[in-house]
Ligand binder design. Structure first.
Ligand SMILES: NC(=O)c1ccc[n+]([C@@H]2O[C@H](COP(=O)([O-])OP(=O)(O)OC[C@H]3O[C@@H](n4cnc5c(N)ncnc54)[C@H](OP(=O)(O)O)[C@@H]3O)[C@@H](O)[C@H]2O)c1
Length: 321
């Protein structure tokens, strides 16, 4: 049945995660538009690694648009241990979602890649044209190749069927509802949790690695606002990097110092250099984004970290950790 003019039904896979919760919040706080129906789903609604369950989910909701966030996600140490699982799970999820979207006639899909899937040996800054230019870092090759195949599929669906399937490439995301698990999560939420425990237990705060690697971090609420723009306005099949500028890259040590200040931690800071640093840097260019949106204001890093720490302190009982 045809939709009434101006009506869109937007299905967000991975709706219970860090990025999904941020999109839900900005939509609820006024970024949603009349005529838009937003549906946020998690693995409880369907296991998207299963083709039948994915197809049934798409038939139930009949979305006109999809933001595809669901993925097996993890930090450096989880990636190193489970490269095969990252590859298989994510390839299945992505193939099921994109093909179901095609089969039910979805007008647009925005999927989510990551800057950590780019070639390990490369020139900097990296940009959207370089995704397939060489092998990814060996620590996360399973996740990286699976994510790269989304771009291959998007081009295939466009070439064979004219589908508007595209992808965004965020740098390191952080914010409320992140996974704050120290072993399995990403660096920033892991550091926030470690600082919380060091503060509570009166112990030193130990940072894994040298603290020297540099990263661009994007606040989940900024990313959410950019996702809405991509869904509504960005018309290319080619992916787009969503990142703060190159000048806003910070070292892990600098990030830790901001967390320490935000958490009011007064103890000692040490570095466990027996742990891996991962890639030294993966500086990304946001000039394509800036060509489209020269005036977009990112939340200052310190403010965003402070808000995230406040959320973690207030929600320690329920936070994923
Ligand atoms: N976090 C980052 O720094 C970062 C950086 C770049 C790109 N990304 C990408 O951004 C997207 C969202 O990441 P995130 O950090 O928000 O992840 P997250 O917090 O770990 O959330 C993952 C989401 O995927 C869902 N999910 C996982 N496996 C599923 C399955 N088999 N079937 C259905 N749903 C499944 C989870 O549902 P349940 O809650 O039910 O488990 C959850 O809603 C991912 O595609 C990720 O690759 C993340």
């Amino acid at each position: 049945m045809a939709e009434p003019a101006g009506t869109s039904r937007i299905l967000v896979t991975g709706g219970s995660g860090l990025v999904g919760k941020a999109i839900e919040k900005v939509v609820a706080e006024g970024a949603g538009r009349p005529g838009e129906e937003w549906i946020f789903v998690s693995s409880k609604d369907a296991d998207l690694a299963d083709a039948g369950q994915t197809r049934a989910l798409f038939e139930k909701h009949r979305p006109t648009h999809v933001i595809h966030l669901a993925a097996m996600v993890g930090g450096l140490f989880r990636n190193i241990k489970y490269n095969l699982d990252f590859w298989r799970k994510n390839v299945h999820i992505n193939d099921n979602v994109l093909h179901s979207a095609y089969e039910v006639g979805v007008q647009k899909v925005v999927s989510c890649l990551s800057t950590c899937i780019f070639p390990d040996k490369t020139t900097y800054p990296i940009d959207e044209t370089m995704i397939h230019n060489g092998p990814p870092h060996s620590s996360n090759f399973g996740y990286s190749y699976a994510k790269r195949m989304i771009d291959v599929q998007n081009r295939g669906y466009f070439q064979q069927h004219g589908c508007r399937f595209t992808a965004v490439i965020p740098t390191n995301v952080f914010g409320p509802h992140d996974n704050f698990n120290i072993e399995d999560g990403h660096v920033l939420p892991g550091l926030i949790h470690k600082t919380y425990l060091a503060q509570r237990d009166g112990t030193a705060l130990t940072i894994w690695g040298t603290g020297k690697p540099r990263r661009q971090f994007i606040y989940s609420l900024d990313l959410a606002r950019l996702f809405l723009w991509v869904l509504r306005e960005y018309d290319e099949v080619e992916p787009i990097i969503l990142s703060v500028g190159e000048e806003d890259e910070v070292s892990i040590k600098e990030a830790a110092e901001i967390i320490v200040e935000a958490m009011g931690f007064k103890g000692e800071l040490t570095f466990d250099t027996s742990k891996s640093d991962g890639q030294f840097k993966k500086t990304a260019s946001n000039s394509k984004l800036r060509r489209y949106l020269p005036d977009f204001q990112f939340t200052p890093f310190k403010q965003a970290v402070t808000e995230t720490c406040a959320w973690f302190n207030a929600n320690y009982g329920q936070a994923r950790k």
